[in-house]
Design a binder for this molecule. Structure first.
Ligand SMILES: [Zn+2]
Length: 308
């Protein structure tokens, strides 16, 4: 892979701490530990696994929605599948501290979190952000340096910042007790030690989140893409969704959420499942995955990691 999509590795003034993980330092998934975490987050498990598979959940959800459209009867099952993927695909997969500690304990010193996520289980991409002390409990900050000719236009940068502010509000609003405050900053220089560099471009095509951003993207889509910068995976089935786009099925998705479930294979109420549906939002387990890394040993970005 080229280095262009890699996050910036600058440390700035922040401490990159290397505290020991409560569970394990090995970047390997421990199914029992993940199931314990999932269960403590309210997800539905059975032994060391999720109670239901993704394929089962598609069928069950579609059947449920014929009687009760939009019902969240299987949300706890969908959450389990998403948590298992998010943690198992993380270079910090071996780190599974108890949710009660992760979600309620304030951050006492700033640290930069960096690692890799095996995006859709295959493609390692870097995540990077800061966890910082905040009067309300925990602050999360992502600084994105916008580059290219469009980024020289202050009005365009201000428009992106306004959308990033709304995206941050969404992340803050759904955090446990609203006690996690998100700040997403559009930068135009590297003086603020940005976590990512992305090229700003015209048009509304979808490009990898860490390569370029379209100025036409909605604030809600930015909230999803920044979710990747926070080290969260897409929850939909990549190949089937891509195939659906190729044959024009996406025109149906926009007006029929049932069809979306059939093709995406994930819970459309989650921001990391459905980036276009305005009703989708961050879920409790997203905050766990992001915030828990303060208790994890730092994994160097270029370390050779065995995919789980
Ligand atoms: Zn995505």
């Amino acid at each position: 892979m080229s280095s262009s999509w890699r996050a910036r590795a600058g440390g700035g003034a922040l401490v990159v701490a290397a505290s020991a993980c409560a569970a394990s330092t090995q970047p390997r998934a421990d199914a029992a530990a993940i199931a314990r975490v999932a269960s403590e987050l309210g997800a539905r498990t059975r032994g060391a696994a999720c109670a239901r598979s993704r394929d089962e959940l598609v069928g069950l959800t579609l059947a449920e929605w014929r009687a009760r459209p939009g019902s969240g009867a299987f949300d706890a099952d969908w959450a389990c599948v998403a948590i298992a993927d998010d943690v198992a695909r993380d270079s910090m997969a071996g780190c599974t501290p108890a949710p009660v500690d992760v979600l309620s304990r304030p951050v006492t010193f700033a640290r930069r979190v960096q690692g890799e996520l095996f995006y859709v289980g295959l493609d390692p991409r870097e995540y990077a952000y800061d966890l910082v002390p905040d009067p309300a409990g925990i602050g999360v900050e992502v600084r994105v340096q916008l580059t290219g000719p469009l980024a020289e236009d202050r009005r365009r940068v201000a428009a992106m910042q306004a959308k990033m502010d709304r995206a941050a509000e969404l992340w803050t609003a759904h955090s446990p007790g609203r006690a996690v405050h998100f700040r997403f900053r559009a930068e135009t220089t590297d003086t603020a030690s940005p976590h990512f560099e992305v090229r700003l471009y015209e048009g509304d095509g979808r490009t990898p989140f860490d390569v370029s951003w379209s100025e036409a993207w909605s604030w809600h889509l930015l909230a999803h893409e920044i979710g990747h910068m926070l080290g969260l995976d897409d929850e939909y089935g990549q190949f089937k969704k891509t195939w659906g786009h190729a044959i024009g099925e996406d025109a149906v998705w926009d007006r029929d959420v049932t069809d979306k479930v059939r093709w995406f294979g994930c819970n459309p109420s989650s921001l990391m499942c459905d980036s276009r549906g305005l009703g989708s939002a961050p879920q409790l387990y997203h905050y766990y995955v992001v915030l828990r890394r303060r208790a994890c040993r730092v994994t160097p970005p270029d370390r050779d990691i065995v995919s789980p």
